[in-house]
Design a protein around this ligand. Structure first.
Ligand code: B12
Length: 329
């Protein structure tokens, strides 16, 4: 299966889900992810994604692995510990398309891996990969929430399964109860504006002070809703597939010291590049504050005074205040 763990066919019409997506946008829950606004129409009309689209192949790739992060502390969401999955999966899809062509299936194709106008979880659900959970993650009986989704839009009609995969969270509410910021505002609905994943990866400004302590030691992304999910417990370890990026030999202090040019070098081929130097340094400073890492006080002082970014200077100042809170209390 060209390395894909899940392959299925999703129907081309998912207008109910498109409406739910539109309502989520209208409620402002996407925060500053304006690129999602641009997907509104294309999600509803797949022929705007690929002219003549007749079917969508939904693909899943297991990424389950042990928790990890920076040397000496600072957690990183597991999906981001290895090589950038966008590239890995795009290459797999390319090989898959070559195979389809060889078998005379379809003439034109378009691949989407995460970044593109597709409601990937909904498509994955219709393709039978799993069920929509209370955390909004698509849950598979074998991989739990630990799998990526991708699609190949194709200009021929392929037989689609008549029903979604069965399954439900039942009475389990662990993800809702344990989310550090209460971002799962109702079953299946996440307010991205307060989700740690959004704040640490997508959000570019100063993280609201009230939410900083809840970040705990998350430097990039957050896996709490996946980690507490009982469905993920038996997923086979897939660490070898994506490897572990060299950048994780760095420490939180290193993240405060590196400049833009060095950042680009060190994080080449890593999903962490999305947060940019400024975002990662901001997050590292907040985590140092949350961990009460008084040994980093002098570096934080220098950062608070000298970092070229106002956002990073502010986070370093805040971290220093966390030490004062402890000594006075
Ligand atoms: C924007 C985005 C985010 C945002 C917003 C997340 C959100 N829940 O909407 C932020 C930055 C917060 C985020 C975080 C994460 N993301 Co993200 N994200 C996306 C992206 C680009 C679009 C999602 C979107 O459109 N959301 C809008 C809402 C409305 O749609 P949805 O949640 O996708 O769809 C679900 C709901 O509609 C719900 N649902 C179904 N029926 C019903 C009925 C009712 C009544 C309700 C209320 C809901 C409901 O189920 C749908 C399917 O599960 C997709 C890639 C893509 N192109 O789809 C990846 C994607 C969803 N993310 C992914 C991952 C891995 C994550 C993180 C785990 C990363 C991390 N560890 O930090 C977290 C998980 C947070 C969470 N609990 O959702 C994977 C999910 C894989 C999976 N097995 O589910 C995707 C598919 C990327 C990929 N290619 O693999 N993400």
């Amino acid at each position: 299966m060209e390395g894909f763990d899940l392959i299925g066919v999703a129907p081309i019409d998912t207008s109910t889900d498109a409406e739910r997506f539109g309502a989520w946008l209208d409620a402002g829950m996407h925060g500053e992810m304006q690129y999602l606004e641009r997907y509104r129409d294309r999600i509803r009309y797949p022929s705007r994604v690929l002219q003549g689209a007749r079917s969508i192949l939904s693909l899943g790739v297991n990424f389950a692995r042990k928790p990890g992060g920076f040397a000496g502390g600072g957690r990183v969401a597991r999906y981001a510990l290895g090589r950038d999955y966008h590239h890995v999966i795009e290459n797999m899809a390319r090989r898959f398309i070559t195979k389809l062509r060889g078998e005379g299936i379809g003439g034109s194709y378009r691949t989407i891996v995460d970044a593109g106008p597709a409601l990937e979880r909904s498509l994955g659900a219709y393709a039978g990969h799993g069920f929509a959970s209370k955390s909004a993650n698509l849950l598979n009986y074998k991989y739990g929430p630990w799998f990526f989704l991708a699609e190949i839009f194709i200009d021929v009609e392929l037989p689609a399964p008549p029903v979604k995969a069965p399954g439900s969270c039942g009475t389990c509410n662990l993800c809702i109860e344990r989310c550090p910021t209460g971002a799962i505002v109702s079953p299946g609905r996440v307010d991205a504006r307060i989700c740690i994943s959004y704040l640490t990866i997508e959000y570019k400004g100063k993280i609201p002070a009230a939410l900083r302590p809840q970040m705990q030691d998350w430097v990039f992304g957050c896996d709490v809703c996946s980690e507490v999910c009982p469905f993920g417990d038996g997923a086979p370890d897939a660490a070898a597939r994506f490897g572990t990026h060299d950048a994780f030999s760095l420490t939180l202090e290193d993240l405060l010291k590196i400049d833009e040019a060095r950042f680009i070098q060190l994080f080449a081929g890593s999903p962490l590049r999305r947060a940019k130097r400024e975002g990662l340094a901001r997050n590292a400073a907040i985590v140092l504050g949350n961990l009460k890492r008084t040994d980093a006080a002098s570096l934080l002082k220098t950062t608070a005074a000298e970092d070229p970014s106002e956002v990073v200077r502010d986070a370093a100042e805040w971290a220093l205040q966390q030490f004062e809170t402890r000594s006075s209390g």
